[in-house]
Ligand binder design. Sequence first.
Ligand code: UDP
Length: 384
Amino acid sequence: MKQKILILMSDTGGGHRSAAEAIQAAFAHDFPDRYDVTLKDGIADAAIFPFNHAADWYLPITTYAEGGWGALFKASNHPRIAPSALRLLDLVASRGLDRLIRDAAPDLVVSVHPLLTTIARRVLRAQGSRAPFVVVVTDLFDAHRLWFDPDADLCLVPTDGARDRALKYGMAENKLQVAGLPVHLKFLANIQRKTRTREQLELDPQRATILLVGGGEGMGQLYNIARAIDRAQLPAQLVIIAGRNKALREKLQAAAWHIPVAIQGFITNMPDWMRASDVIVTKAGPGTIMEAIACGLPIILSGFLPGQEEGNVTFVESSGVGVLRRKPEEIARVLSEWLAPGNDALEKMSARARERARPRAALEIAGILNAVLATAPNPKRINE
Ligand code: UDP
């Protein structure tokens, strides 16, 4: 009989689901007959009303109250306030998580969300289960304190910087491992010519291609950036991924454009769009950054969420794979420089990106989790 792995995630942004799916795909690839891996949204499916709608608040809060988001991040990260945040989470989500975990009867629980660590682990233990509880951190550097549950069995972090954070927030060294950010296997496979990928996506195969993304929610100033790129009339085509942001998509579709523009909603073939492109303009989401790096795609960061994404900017700039430019006109200016004939900046950044990439992280994580299960005590089957 297959062993059951439950991955707890939530659709606040796109990165947690992407990480969960990357781990699920890695298990299916390396251990097809051994495990049954299920993804559950531990907020939408477990929290009480109105907190179960938190994913719907994420875009408006982070877009229209960015400063407020930063303040919330900072306050809840304070050692004296974090315990109150946990108590609130306990009130809001414990009962639903209890039901969700009981139904799943997991042999291993993996959490890829900072709000689904301590409380979920306590619920699991309260049920008498000895199933290992592992946290896979999906923030590259400035990870929130709530990620780090000292009583989790193992905590996998994406970078040395996140490991330092974890130690500072009380994780024991022997429970920590740097494993990279899980990126989907789709970003590893199928290396074909860029022109061919463009053809498949119905783009002009010969034209330089700029990819504009704002995370899963189509966040940031995507509209203004697209307009500035269009005004500059760059010798390129522009692909805009509006994600789940329907209003943005409609506004983009209603506009008139001077350069070729392809407007997409939430797409499920990001590797293709990245491989078709010469450069990506994105907010500093960890998932998108690591996926772009895996594809050797130079990056212009158009912004970052205060608190959790600041270190990602330092990472991109200090690795020499991209730059931060917050003003739409400046983004257009940098693109114009990089796309000028004879400029080898894009080529150099692309080579550095490939060096920095860790595209096999999801497979490594599946291997680590497989080893955890191999040595784990038999969990008491809670449904029996
Ligand atoms: N994404 C996607 N389709 C879209 C837009 C985004 O699959 O239309 C994925 C993207 O590839 C990445 C994730 O959503 O894996 C966004 O994660 P990130 O950490 O960059 O930002 P978040 O949305 O979590 O703030």
